[in-house]
Design a protein. Structure first.
Length: 191
């Protein structure tokens, strides 16, 4: 009987320690003649899974079909927005997202046109967009370090290339708790 109690206590201690382990998602988003997304999931520095996918950027011939898809997607989003109250849900979810640490390792962008004046204006607009995105991310997540952001202007050829590498991390126990709370919130709204 004493051995069973000791084994149960050991199992509880191991499970408690496992809940303190960090879950890390390393994400890379690369835009250059296509969109590539690479996500690596690790727990306690043990790699679990990798997602690597590339999508082609539509050409001018595909624009009519793309416009139709965008229109259909917008209609579906409006229907979803009517069914759900996103304002209340946004505050609940943002409370959980604040427990997620975000480390943006680097965010490099190369932008250019053949026209130097247009390239300069686009570079400034790109800085403004990056600053706005970073401010939005700071409101949602706990950002650990100041990110390394660079924008390179290319005055010789039209180019748009961007690469962002970041790591999302949170404790395993917090991930499970957050998942359960968000799932419960969604089920309560759908009833």
């Amino acid at each position: 009987m004493l051995i069973i109690i000791v084994i149960i206590l050991l199992i509880l201690i191991v499970l408690s320690l496992a809940m303190l382990l960090r879950v890390k998602l390393r994400c890379e988003l690369i835009y250059d003649q296509g969109v590539r997304v690479l996500i690596q999931v690790t727990i306690a520095q043990i790699p679990l899974t990798t997602f690597d996918r590339t999508w082609d950027v539509p050409t001018e011939d595909d624009l009519d079909e793309t416009d139709q898809l965008i229109h259909q997607s917008n209609e579906q989003l409006l229907k979803i927005k009517e069914k759900t109250n996103l304002k209340n849900r946004k505050t609940k979810i943002s409370k959980y997202l604040k427990k997620v640490s975000l480390e943006i390792e680097s965010w490099e962008t190369t932008i250019g046109t053949k026209n130097a004046a247009a390239t300069g204006m686009l570079t400034g607009a790109c800085w403004a967009i990056k600053g706005s995105v970073l401010a939005m991310l700071e409101q949602l997540f706990h950002i650990t370090d100041q990110p390394s952001m660079q924008i390179h202007a290319d005055f010789e050829k039209p180019i748009l290339k961007s690469m962002c590498t970041c790591i999302f991390s949170l404790r395993l126990g917090q991930a499970i708790y957050t998942y359960r709370q968000v799932n419960k919130s969604i089920k309560a709204r759908n009833v």
